[in-house]
Design a protein around this ligand. Structure first.
Ligand code: AHR
Length: 499
């Protein structure tokens, strides 16, 4: 098979990669919070009840922003239930996931966790069953200096200095008929505008994410976004995108070609933002916040989403394999290629619930998708360059034509990071990487993720089947790099450039 060439030039810049595209999402759902990050009965629990094994495993993923407390959960959540002395907090029935919510983790514990993990907090207000005023009160609780009711309540709960939460989501998936308090776009826009105005009146430094379309196959896709953005005007700093991808037809080549569709979703939503900016004759445009994304399709039947009234039920605990890890890399490549318009993204989620990390009692497992996240995030600083890929292609059944090699690249001073996925199921592919105006001098450091077959997955019995390995096999020839990537693999390569 012919070789692939990736051509780059330092002048062909897409934009600075916003580190916030490496965000995560922690929802009060299933075993994400309880038995995930927080489990006072676990042998790994610290004095605050947080699981040190999980937090240590999360560190290499270097999440930037951490969205909380939902998700669908947020649309029925009243934040006042989650503050104050723990033994006085009410246990509530969570209708989003039919679960029991004891509120042992709330705003202050979440902020404590953010500080400890170096996460930037990102809160979702309840625009389902909550009121705009309740949302605004939460901003006062988190961000105002003491001297008023809710800010004093925060101080009484142990935090005199404000929490300083700048990033807020105006509800969650309000276009989805399953959402508590779901309403048509015009009614959501009114709610969101009322909340946004009061929230920014309380703290003008806030950045607000309006609920955008949560699925590309809903009939309201794009029209919802247009209406909401037009109505909110300059109050909206970002519009949200959500996407969960799967391989229900068991067609691996097509599944891996889904990058076409992710690119398309980002570009369509960008088009809506540009259209509304023009129509509103505004100097400001909304940017994109992909605040839920992942692979999720196996644990999607109703029984996976019904907690049957229990505390910390096992919900949507997807087991990930090698092909899923390649799709996760595909999402990240697409995000980097759209660095000019995509500013925030949150992997949904971080532990147990559709997550790279699973727990079972005191044990913990790193899933296949953990590795691309770790490989990319340590190379995330710099400017995204526009790659031109020339090489063999194939046609996905539904996702159309793609090159076998999927890629993105980041220039960081004298370093060039190149990410390359070989979607070929049978053949290794040779890839020539050419930065046209700056010769590559050497391979500084690289990792490779691959495995025995597309369905191979880590398990408690075989925890290291799919794992990133150091990769040295790069040849530097005449200022260009040549690497050979095994079938079904992801490489993250860091090159040194001529000074
Ligand atoms: O991440 C799981 C759920 O998926 C979230 O709660 C919801 O927003 C989405 O539908």
């Amino acid at each position: 098979m012919k070789d692939t060439t990736i051509t780059l030039h330092t002048a062909f810049k897409v934009g600075q990669v916003d580190p916030r595209i490496f965000g995560g999402f922690l929802e009060h759902m299933g075993r994400a919070v309880y038995e995930g990050v927080y489990d006072p009965d676990c042998i790994h629990a610290d004095e605050d009840g947080f699981r040190t094994d999980v937090l240590t495993a999360l560190e290499p993923l270097q999440y930037t922003v951490m969205r909380y407390p939902g998700g669908n959960f947020a649309s029925g959540y009243h934040w006042l239930n989650g503050i104050g002395p723990r033994n006085q907090r009410p246990t509530m029935q969570d209708l989003a996931w039919q679960s029991k919510e004891p509120n042992q983790i709330g705003t202050d514990e979440y902020i404590q966790l953010c500080r400890r993990m170096n996460w930037t907090p990102m809160l979702t207000v309840n625009l389902g069953t909550g009121t705009p005023e309740e949302a605004r009160n939460w901003v006062e609780y988190c961000n105002s200096s003491t001297g008023t009711y809710y800010a004093d309540m925060r101080a009484a709960n142990g935090s005199e200095p404000p929490h300083g939460v700048k990033l807020w989501c105006l509800g969650n998936e309000m276009d989805g008929p399953w959402q508590l308090g779901h309403v048509p776009a015009d009614q959501y826009a009114i709610r969101a505008q009322q909340a946004a105005k009061m929230m920014k009146d309380t703290d003008p430094s806030l950045e607000l994410v309006a609920c955008g379309s949560c699925a590309v196959d809903l009939p309201t896709y794009m029209e919802w976004d247009r209406h909401v953005l037009e109505y909110l005007g300059d109050l909206a700093d970002y519009i949200s995108l959500h996407r969960y991808i799967g391989n229900p037809a068991d067609d691996t080549p097509d599944y891996l070609a889904v990058t076409n569709s992710i690119d398309q979703q980002i570009e369509e939503m960008d088009a809506v933002c540009r259209y509304v900016q023009g129509k509103n004759r505004s100097r400001k445009r909304a940017y994109l916040c992909f605040d839920e994304w992942n692979v999720w399709y196996r644990a999607r039947q109703p029984e996976h989403m019904d907690g049957k009234g229990k505390f910390a039920p096992h919900l949507i605990e997807e087991v990930y394999n090698l092909e899923d890890a390649l799709v996760v890399a595909g999402f990240l490549n697409s995000f980097i290629r759209h660095a000019d318009v995509l500013k925030i993204a949150n992997l949904a989620q971080i532990v147990n619930v559709i997550a790279p990390i699973l727990t079972q009692g005191d044990a913990m497992l790193l899933q296949s998708i953990y590795y691309p996240l770790a490989m990319y995030t340590k190379r995330r600083s710099g400017i995204s360059l526009q790659p031109v890929v020339q090489g063999p292609t194939y046609e996905g059944q539904t996702n159309g034509q793609v090159t076998y090699i999927d890629t993105s690249a980041i220039l960081n001073g004298d370093q060039l990071h190149v990410f390359a996925t070989n979607r070929n199921l049978e053949d290794a592919m040779t890839v020539r990487i050419n930065l046209a105006d700056r010769p590559i001098v050497a391979l500084a450091d690289a990792e490779l993720l691959t495995g025995p077959d597309p369905k191979a997955a880590n398990s408690y019995e075989q925890p290291h089947l799919i794992k990133a390995q150091p990769f040295q096999a790069a040849e530097i020839n005449d200022g260009a790099a040549i690497v050979t990537l095994p079938p079904l693999s992801v490489a993250a390569l860091t090159f040194r450039l001529v000074h």
